[in-house]
Design a protein around this ligand. Structure first.
Ligand SMILES: Nc1ncnc2c1ncn2[C@@H]1O[C@H](COP(=O)(O)OP(=O)(O)O)[C@@H](O)[C@H]1O
Ligand SMILES: Nc1ncnc2c1ncn2[C@H]1C[C@H](O)[C@@H](COP(=O)(O)O)O1
Length: 223
């Protein structure tokens, strides 16, 4: 019996992993998909044609990048629901607008007109009764200094060259955003409560928590 069966997680569940850059979403996505025998939906970083340019010049490339991410995530969303679920998704579509686009608009590195155009498109595509929300959003959180260390260790040059204040501000925005998020049930996990790198078996504890949480919130989920 695999962990999904052992803990009664529905085979068609869609679980999305949210949290700031470097917190451990991809690592968690792989571990959970492996434990539950689910498919994965990853953000493509290396093949993103705008990301490097964006980090070089936020003002010039913010709009292009947001449109690119929106299209990519929407395609992934379609793929997930065409398979009938059974997916772990690395980052939710809600973070694009709730964190990134909003932050750049408020900092002045995305124009108000571009933001409005982007937001209208996002709302028309996503915030409709026809858009299926995930069954669960797992929010990863932890001390910002630990997260900065992880960004450093991972060593993506574009992120290394970005001032630390950018990551501090993003983390703060995440904490405020998650407190008001209500598109689907949220399970918050502290990154210091598990260590999937040193001890991969801790994934079972997380699966158990997911199972317990999904049982408690089953009345809130899509049928
Ligand atoms: N539990 C952990 N302990 C130590 N390092 C970790 C842990 N989880 C992830 N990492 C490391 O932190 C970095 C960022 O993790 P990643 O999963 O890529 O984050 P994200 O997808 O949220 O940006 C990677 O180098 C990864 O190996
Ligand atoms: N919507 C986004 N706008 C700007 N930058 C974004 C967006 N989504 C992801 N990113 C960036 C942040 C990181 O540099 C990479 C990958 O994110 P990660 O949290 O490491 O998976 O893309």
């Amino acid at each position: 019996m695999n962990l999904r069966e052992k803990y009664g997680i529905p085979a068609n569940a869609v679980i999305t992993i949210a949290g700031t850059v470097g917190v451990g979403k991809s690592t968690m996505t792989k571990a959970l998909a492996n434990a539950l025998n689910f498919r994965t939906s990853f953000e493509k970083v290396d093949s993103n044609p705008y990301l490097d340019k964006f980090y070089d010049d936020f003002e010039k490339w913010s709009f292009h990048l947001q449109i690119y991410f929106l299209a990519e995530r929407f395609k992934e969303q379609k793929r997930i629901f065409e398979y009938g679920g059974g997916f772990i998704q690395d980052r939710s579509i809600y973070e694009d607008t709730g964190i990134f686009a909003k932050m750049h608009e408020e900092k002045g590195t995305m124009s108000k007109i571009d933001y409005e155009t982007y937001k209208n498109l996002f709302d028309a595509m996503v915030m409709t009764p026809y858009f299926p929300h995930p069954d669960l959003l797992i929010y990863l959180e932890g001390p910002i200094d630990d997260i900065l260390e992880r960004i450093e260790e991972r060593g993506r040059p574009m992120e290394q060259q970005t001032p630390k204040d950018y990551w501090y501000e993003m983390n703060e925005r995440y904490e405020n955003w998650i407190d008001g998020f209500n598109a689907c049930p949220v399970l918050r996990l502290d990154i210091n409560d598990y260590d999937l790198m040193k001890n991969p078996d801790t994934v079972e504890v997380i699966v158990e928590r997911i199972s317990h949480f999904m049982e408690q919130t089953s009345h809130l989920r899509r049928k």
